[in-house]
Ligand binder design. Structure first.
Ligand SMILES: Nc1ncnc2c1ncn2[C@@H]1O[C@H](COP(=O)(O)OP(=O)(O)OP(=O)(O)O)[C@@H](O)[C@H]1O
Ligand SMILES: [Mg+2]
Length: 317
């Protein structure tokens, strides 16, 4: 039999009504002054590691969020294909060797193109198996010579490798789902007023890396947060989330794109390696219409990549 705890006087008696806590009295939520650096991996060391190596000619798009399962690989795949569809040479780098979601989607794509005997715009694929950030920078520089854009998909965790990839980004893309749980690594919010209390760990990491890039003479990156799996509607929860995200954007310094809706197509076409943009390349499916197509065109506009003048790249055709 379990012994009952005897030291819980606070739980006895009449329940107290919940009271709205003014912001200044909010519980002390940890607002890290710096990104944790137990491993000695300071932002200045990370940026120093990349600033003293040859940088790629291609524009580097890094899809990252320390939070797992938010749609990084889905967005990396669709961004890579949408850019290839626009006529750019794309090198996709999968930095999650355990899951390899991006590399597998692109392998399925090649198999589908062979099976249907169609010509699909095809990014090249590299799976990065090492854990060395320095080697990743070298690899991106190497493949970046033959590409207009390098699209990097990171695993949902912090690591020296992830920090160097983020530090290298010209465009950093961070998908988020419409939930305060998913937003926790980007920002801390007051539990009832939803006012921004502090940046979360991931936002601090990005802001430290950006500050260090400026200090070491590198151009700033464009940080775009994309709401993913949106269900539409104008519920109070949705409005609270959107307004909290807009407030956080001011504090953390990112832009907010229109993002992607929750669509079966984004899940189901994975096994074929196809996107809605491919329908017109496949005679059997050419007549199909998909609202995802407009979303993917908006995606490039969201990232400021619908116009070659925004990037270092030049369109091929
Ligand atoms: N817009 C969307 N509509 C429907 N399903 C989606 C959408 N975006 C992502 N998904 C689904 O959500 C799940 C997680 O997506 P994904 O693997 O891209 O996330 P991730 O951030 O790369 O995850 P991890 O951190 O594990 O690498 C997958 O089942 C994917 O098909
Ligand atoms: Mg992934």
């Amino acid at each position: 039999m379990f012994k009952r705890f005897s030291s819980a006087p606070a739980l006895r008696g009449r329940p107290q009504p919940l009271r709205e806590t003014p912001l200044r009295e909010a519980p002390p939520l940890e607002a890290p002054a710096r990104v944790p650096t137990e491993d000695g991996d300071h932002a200045c060391k990370v940026v120093h590691d990349i600033a003293h190596r040859p940088l790629p000619d291609a524009r580097v798009i890094v899809v990252a969020n320390e939070k797992g399962g938010v749609g990084k690989s889905t967005l990396a795949f669709h961004t890579a294909v949408a850019l290839a569809d626009a006529g750019y040479r794309i090198a996709a780098v999968d930095c999650d060797p355990r899951q390899q979601s991006l590399a597998r989607a692109l392998a399925f794509r090649e198999a589908t193109a062979r099976r249907l005997v169609v010509d699909l715009p095809m990014p090249t694929t590299t799976v990065f198996h090492q854990s060395s950030g320095a080697m990743l920078v070298q690899e991106i520089a190497r493949i970046g010579w033959k590409a207009d854009f390098v699209v990097v998909d990171l695993a949902g965790s912090d690591s020296p490798l992830a920090r160097r990839a983020i530090a290298l980004a010209d465009t950093l893309v961070t998908p988020v789902n419409a939930s305060f749980v998913d937003l926790d690594l980007l920002g801390r919010f007051h539990p009832t007023s939803h006012q921004v209390l502090a940046s979360g760990f991931f936002a601090r990491l990005v802001s430290d890396l950006r500050a260090e890039r400026a200090a070491q003479g590198l151009a700033d990156m464009d940080w775009v947060v994309l709401p993913n799996r949106q269900r539409g509607g104008t519920s109070a929860n949705q409005q609270r989330f959107e307004s909290a995200l807009a407030d956080l954007a001011q504090v953390a310094g990112f832009r907010i794109g229109s993002g992607l809706a929750e669509r079966v197509a984004y899940r189901e076409l994975f096994l074929l390696g196809l996107t809605a943009l491919d329908l017109r390349h496949i005679p059997q499916l050419g007549a199909m219409r998909s609202p995802a197509r407009g979303e993917l065109r908006n995606l490039l506009a969201d990232l400021g990549l619908d116009n070659p003048a925004h990037g270092r790249a030049t369109a091929l055709a």
